[in-house]
Write a protein that binds this ligand. Structure first.
Ligand SMILES: [Zn+2]
Length: 414
């Protein structure tokens, strides 16, 4: 028998274990009850219904479903933007012969400008051109508000998304994810770089530079092709991304319900359509950012596998946003015994709902759990992202850390 001493929070196993088990059983039920919880699909609605029912059964009264129209696939959007980029390349290469350099360059620049503008707007979570041409469907957030026992002096918002992503081939193993991350940078920045290269060629006649344009064009073709074919496959079961987070927030809600906070009102937002660009979070903030302008937002992503609890120090696909110094300090204090570490970014081409929060000038942090020694998100967007792989210790760690943080915040709000 192993009798090695445990340190810090692990000593309180008997305290956190019941809550970790609650989170695990919620996560398992969500994954099994609604296979293929794609954004704005019936599976996602089913998951929302499950969460709503379970929360009302534990006696949460201030509970509602917030409906909206959400994008059904981020890959439609990417096919459109990178299709425009290909148009930009083609105009420069092909139109030159019938029209001459200047008209060809102008058409090329117009296509890149529209593509780049769409990328910028989409990934700063704002309205974008041609949005209505893309397929949208009914989606929903489940919003629960847990009242404080006394006067409300602060608000905390716990966020987890309900939907799961397509198990696109690029996510199938760590090697492919590495290539994907590299190509994602090239594809996105290529939309802004390629027109500069073509202007340079047009002005200087420096033909060697056209090779850079060719390489970017090939990457844009790959991105467009992935976008066109991504939705032919299956959805990931989404146990770690993100049923584990939904289960964690549900277990926290249940605990707050039985051990209420004094001066802290806690909101729980279970959102739809995160995977396709956070339409659920955008809808939630459109409705509530006034009353939540001073709130602390805590987003949970892939929280159920691994030994290393981290928070994102920065993120942003087209524009980096950083965690505020004040929130980082609070987190590091509450997270010290859990060995909470910063993660510089979540990877190129990756966003979370904290991006929406930060883009709006609000305060918050995104928590993620990683395996020791691995920079990869465990089971991210894979068919193997099944509930049997979730680890109750990882869920216990995230639960206890955030529970302690809530206690500390509540004490300081007296
Ligand atoms: Zn996720």
């Amino acid at each position: 028998m192993q009798t090695g001493a445990k340190n810090g929070w692990e000593n309180s196993e008997s305290l956190y274990q019941p809550w970790a088990n609650r989170a695990l059983s919620y996560a398992t039920e969500i994954t099994n009850a609604s296979p293929g919880r794609g954004s704005a699909t019936a599976g996602e609605t089913q998951a929302a219904g499950y969460v709503h029912k379970a929360l009302s059964q534990i006696g949460i009264e201030n509970l509602r479903i917030q409906e909206f129209r959400g994008l059904r696939s981020i890959w439609f959007f990417l096919a459109l933007t990178f299709g425009l980029a290909i148009l930009g390349h083609a105009a420069f290469w092909l139109l030159r012969f019938p029209t001459g350099m200047i008209p060809a360059l102008l058409v090329s620049l117009a296509a890149f400008a529209l593509s780049g503008f769409m990328l910028f707007r989409k990934f700063t979570f704002r309205d974008y051109p041609l949005r209505d041409t893309l397929p949208h469907g009914s989606s929903q957030n489940v919003v629960a508000v847990l009242p404080a026992q006394k006067e409300v002096n602060q608000r905390v918002v716990l966020i987890s998304h309900l939907d799961s992503h397509r198990a696109v081939i690029w996510y199938a193993n760590d090697w492919l994810v590495s290539i994907y991350r590299f190509l994602a940078i090239l594809a996105i920045y290529g939309v802004f770089l390629a027109p500069l290269v073509y202007i340079l060629v047009a002005i200087t006649g420096f033909v060697a530079a056209t090779w850079i344009g060719v390489i970017i064009a090939i990457v844009h073709f790959s991105a467009w092709f992935t976008g066109m074919t991504a939705d032919l496959g299956l959805y990931s079961p989404g146990a770690n991304d993100n049923a584990a987070a939904v289960g964690t927030v549900m277990a926290l809600a249940e605990r707050i319900q039985s051990e209420p906070l004094q001066h802290t009102e806690v909101w729980c937002a279970f959102t739809g359509c995160e995977e396709t660009g956070c339409d659920g979070m955008i809808t939630f903030l459109d409705a509530h950012s006034q009353e939540l302008s001073k709130a602390l937002f805590i987003d949970f992503e892939l929280i159920g596998i691994g030994e290393r609890l981290v928070y994102l120090r920065s993120e942003g696909v087209v524009r980096k946003k950083r965690i505020s110094a004040e929130v980082e300090k609070q987190l590091l204090e509450a997270g010290a015994e859990f060995n909470l570490q910063p993660l510089e970014g979540i990877g190129a081409g990756v966003f979370t709902e904290m991006g929406v929060v930060w883009e709006r000038g609000l305060q918050g942090a995104c928590l993620v759990t990683l395996r020791e020694g691995s920079p990869f998100l465990p089971e991210w967007h894979r068919l193997t992202d099944t509930p049997d792989r979730l680890e109750s210790e990882a869920l216990g760690r995230a639960h206890t850390m955030v529970w302690n943080l809530l206690q500390k915040l509540d004490e300081s709000a007296h």
